[in-house]
Design a protein around this ligand. Structure first.
Ligand code: SF4
Length: 276
């Protein structure tokens, strides 16, 4: 006897490329309705701050990064200030984000590069951004999509997991996932698609126990049944503002995911291993 998850996957085994594209775009429409306020969750006021915050977000949570960046940008408000900072002083400020020695080296180094090579400004193109210390395609795409309006996919741990669950890709390689997903969506959608998929991964389609029984895209998902199917139990797994809407505390989510308490502040931000 087949499990629910096995039956779900079988339904999509014969799917044509056109069928997959249509299904992918339907999923995106539903996610857009479900998360109308989806956005980048690292606090920032400009390209420099988002670039530094994204480098700091490797292997930690957005809430940890948002906890240190006010002090960091108060002490070093621009690339010139950070470029001449004492590394040890930077390390002390960013220590809660983990890997603080390597991260301090990266952000001071990238500030120095910005000053010497780009007149202190963050370049608005991928080719230059990925030459900066600690900056890979994921970080570059975050900055390009959110500050420069250049569409880009953010393949973090959530996006990679969900893209595989949706059968948008079979790969675990971030560059390959990016290429596979790019083929399914118009370029103009890439940045918002990234935010919505990541929000879905943080709120409903969790790594360890997805809330399938409360998922708005369950009918389109080949992985339906991998998680909790009972609707009431599944609603108890929802996190952040969705948990508040259903009267749940979100505590189950915190326990399973490291004690996060506010909307939009969970999850390691990198699946690519950048910046460390
Ligand atoms: S929660 Fe379940 S049904 Fe929803 S996207 Fe994730 S695996 Fe699919």
């Amino acid at each position: 006897m087949l499990s629910v998850a096995e039956k779900s996957r079988r339904r999509f085994l014969e799917e044509t490329p056109l069928g997959r594209t249509r299904r992918a775009r339907k999923i995106h429409r539903i996610l857009a309705d479900t998360y109308p306020t989806a956005h980048a969750e690292l606090d920032h006021r400009n390209a420099f701050e988002l670039l530094v915050a994204t480098v700091l977000s490797a292997q930690t949570t957005d809430i940890r990064v948002n906890g240190v960046t006010p002090a960091l940008f108060s002490a070093y408000p621009d690339a010139a200030a950070l470029a001449s900072a004492q590394r040890e002083a930077v390390e002390e400020i960013i220590r809660p984000t983990g890997f603080y020695r390597a991260k301090a080296k990266s952000i001071v180094g990238l500030a120095q590069d910005l000053v010497t090579r780009f007149d202190g400004e963050v370049p608005g193109n991928l080719k230059d951004l990925v030459t900066l210390p600690g900056v890979g395609r994921k970080t570059a795409n975050v900055v390009l999509g959110n500050v420069f309006d250049v569409p880009g996919l953010t393949i973090d741990t959530h996006f990679a997991r969900l893209a595989r669950r949706f059968l948008w890709t079979e790969s675990t390689d971030a560059d390959r996932i990016e290429r596979d997903v790019q083929e399914l969506f118009p370029r103009k959608d890439w940045t918002m698609l990234s935010h919505r998929v990541i929000w879905h991964g943080r709120r409903i389609c969790h790594a360890r126990r997805p809330a399938c029984g409360a998922c708005p895209i369950s009918a389109l998902c080949p992985s339906y049944g991998e998680g909790e199917l009972d609707p009431q139990q599944a609603r108890g797994l929802l996190r952040f503002e969705l948990a508040e809407q259903t009267g749940q505390s979100g505590d189950a989510g915190q326990a399973a995911d490291g004690g996060r308490t506010k909307p939009g502040h969970d999850g390691p931000s990198s699946a690519r291993g950048e910046g460390r």
